[in-house]
Design a protein. Structure first.
Length: 207
């Protein structure tokens, strides 16, 4: 009986070892826009400009993990088996948005949600989509859809809100194509957000 147990345990270990050797390592992708080197952030007087704080992004559980998601049917959502984001989209996107707003030079400071500093405005957001859409004709797109809320911190009221979406054609129907398209779509959203917040009269610093 003891010999049989030993053989079973040994066989399980050998099978586990073989299985681990056959599993390919995951490809890791990140959201890292290639921002233009030239920025006017250091050429604009910032003393009387507002401070913006970015709140954590709200999203369904699908976007709080590191899976790269794709859909090829209505109401169908899956993830690429051996590809991952370097972190959850809800954590990567705020860094991109913060960088874009900082580079605009239109704010005295843009601080993350973890900052203890006071801000004139809070940016809350809800992420509805951040995935690879594969169509029946063989083409595919990286799609991001998100709604932003501009909140006055003095009154804790919504000053304005706006939904943005971007759909960028992917060069390949795989995780690499998805990552490239979603990076470009993210840049589009970041630029739209910056343009919206810097519209005349949109944000005004406290006196």
């Amino acid at each position: 009986m003891k010999n049989n147990c030993f053989l079973i345990v040994t066989l399980c270990c050998l099978l586990a070892g073989c299985a681990s050797k056959n599993i390919p390592s995951a490809d890791i992708y990140t959201i890292s826009p290639d921002w233009e080197k030239n920025s006017n952030q250091d050429r604009i007087e910032k003393k009387n400009r507002p401070v913006i704080k970015l709140a954590p992004i709200r999203a369904t559980r699908a976007f709080t993990g590191s899976e790269i998601l794709y859909s090829n049917l209505d109401y169908n959502q899956n993830s690429y088996a051996y590809s991952r984001w370097s972190d959850a989209p809800v954590k990567l996107l705020p860094i991109v948005f913060q960088t874009a707003l900082e580079k605009s030079g239109r704010f005295r400071a843009v601080v993350p949600a973890t900052s203890t500093s006071r801000a004139d405005f809070l940016i809350e957001s809800t992420l509805y989509d951040f995935s690879h859409h594969i169509k029946s004709d063989g083409t595919s797109d990286g799609v991001i859809r998100i709604r932003f809320y501009l909140i006055k911190t003095t009154t804790k009221t919504v000053s304005s809100d706006r939904e943005f979406s971007s759909r960028v054609s992917a060069s390949t129907r795989d995780a690499q194509g998805a990552a490239a398209a979603l990076n470009e779509a993210t840049i589009n959203i970041a630029r739209d957000l910056t343009a919206w917040l810097t519209e005349p009269g949109r944000t005004t610093a406290k006196k």
